[in-house]
Design a protein around this ligand. Structure first.
Ligand code: PLP
Length: 413
């Protein structure tokens, strides 16, 4: 997946884990929506920190510590540039879940009042549902859930019908981790802004598959996790627009977030530092910056999208030849210029867990369960599905191998 042509073997060679054998079979990693693998560039950047300059940030004045602070802030700069925002508008968190909870605790809890409304969609990950359900019950807010179309996108007519002057927040997934599809978050933001509502975009699933430009989307908040972007676990990002930053209050208190401490009252630092209390995940930030640099050097998002969609189409065509398969994710073949990176399905012959366990015997890693989206599974009257999610290092041969194993297993019943 180079800048100018697709060289899958070269792209694969960046990821050491892909050489792993599972049960004597080469690993086929189809669980990229849960977490993507890391290239050696990320591993080396983190090793370099641990082996050569590990120290804390913003504290010491010795050479090492100054280097660490500089690398940590350079990471913020690189990651901010990657999504088209000012580094002063992003806070490092432990992941998207942490970022969304931070918005709930430090913005929504102070700016929403009884009978205000929050709108989410019917395919939200638990991380973008539970914080709002909790807050709604605490503050007596109304939580409205907008159904999605067959493509997994927010039903825009229903959305428009539900928007009112009481809507204070629209928290919406950019691309669903179960149904796929991509919401027009720019349009959703424009509509929400017409009634004065803030918009939070959960970019967890889109960030590694398409170019994200927050300036173009225009949302008030945007969140994602580093580990889905070829980066390490334990690091995530919260972007907040300046006017929303002014409405936020720190909710975690401790070292690093304070200017001056007094017995009567203390003075806190502004965003982002005031929202990063304690020692941050320094190695994680450095690793995520290395992942972003890797993407900028090695990935053309347009080519990646075409390639992943081709894998999805091939997988779907094969699956639909197997009796008893029902597709849960959207089928990009029915939509022009649609982009997809995952296929979710159920079989009427075997439970999703049995299918995943069978495939595991052949070194194939797929996800089985509700993928932290129980509400949508309930609406589909199923309790679990199988998900194959792709990245640029997956191959046509892997798709065919998985289909062959599925055909053998599912047709034997
Ligand atoms: C759409 C979406 N939102 C939020 C999350 C939560 O991410 P994390 O567990 O890294 O905080 C995920 C993870 O699967 C996701 O797919």
């Amino acid at each position: 997946m180079s800048k100018n042509n697709i060289n899958i073997q070269k792209f694969r060679s960046f990821f050491p884990i892909l050489k792993t054998k599972i049960n004597n079979y080469p690993l086929v990693y189809f669980d990229n929506a849960a977490t993507a693998q890391v290239p050696y560039q990320v591993i080396e950047a983190m090793n370099d920190y641990y082996a050569h300059y590990k120290s804390n940030v913003g504290r010491g004045i010795y050479t090492f510590a100054e280097r660490t602070t500089a690398e940590y802030e350079r990471a913020r700069l690189e990651i901010a540039k990657f999504i088209g925002v000012d580094p002063q508008n992003i806070v490092f968190t432990s992941g998207a879940t942490d970022s969304i909870n931070l918005v709930a605790k430090s913005w929504a809890a102070y700016n929403l009042q009884r009978s205000d409304e929050i709108i989410i969609s019917a395919v939200e990950h638990h991380s973008n549902f539970l914080p709002w359900q909790e807050l709604a019950s605490k503050l007596n807010l109304t939580l409205k859930i907008i159904p999605v179309t067959k493509q997994g996108n927010v039903d825009l007519d229903q959305f428009k019908a539900q928007l009112t002057s009481k809507t204070k927040l629209v928290a919406i997934v950019h691309s669903s981790n179960v149904v796929g599809g991509t919401n027009d978050v720019r349009l959703i933001t424009q509509l929400a802004h017409q009634v004065g509502a803030a918009v939070l975009v959960d970019a967890c699933q889109s960030i590694a598959h398409q170019k994200i430009d927050v300036e173009i989307i225009g949302s008030d908040f945007l969140v994602f996790s580093g580990h889905k972007l070829f980066g390490p676990t334990g690091i995530g990002v919260l972007y907040a627009k300046s006017e929303r930053i002014n409405q936020m209050r720190p909710t975690e208190f401790g070292g690093g977030m304070v200017f001056s401490v007094n017995f009567k009252n203390s003075e806190y630092r502004s965003f982002p530092k005031g929202f990063e209390a304690g020692t941050p995940n320094i190695a994680g930030a450095i690793g995520l910056a290395a992942a972003v640099k890797f993407i900028e050097r090695e990935i053309d998002f347009k080519m990646l999208a075409e390639y992943e969609t081709m894998l999805v189409n091939r997988m779907i065509q094969g699956l639909l030849k197997i009796p008893g398969i029902q597709l849960i994710s959207f089928n990009p073949i029915h939509e022009q210029s649609a982009h997809a990176h995952l296929v979710t399905f159920v079989s009427n012959a075997y439970h999703a867990h049995d299918i995943a366990a069978y495939l595991d015997q052949y070194g194939i890693a797929v996800r089985a369960g509700h993928h932290c989206v129980q509400l949508y599974h309930q609406q589909c009257n199923i309790n679990a599905s199988v998900r194959c999610s792709f990245s640029g290092y997956n191959t046509i041969e892997e798709v065919d191998f998985v289909l062959e194993k599925l055909q053998t297993f599912l047709q034997t019943k």
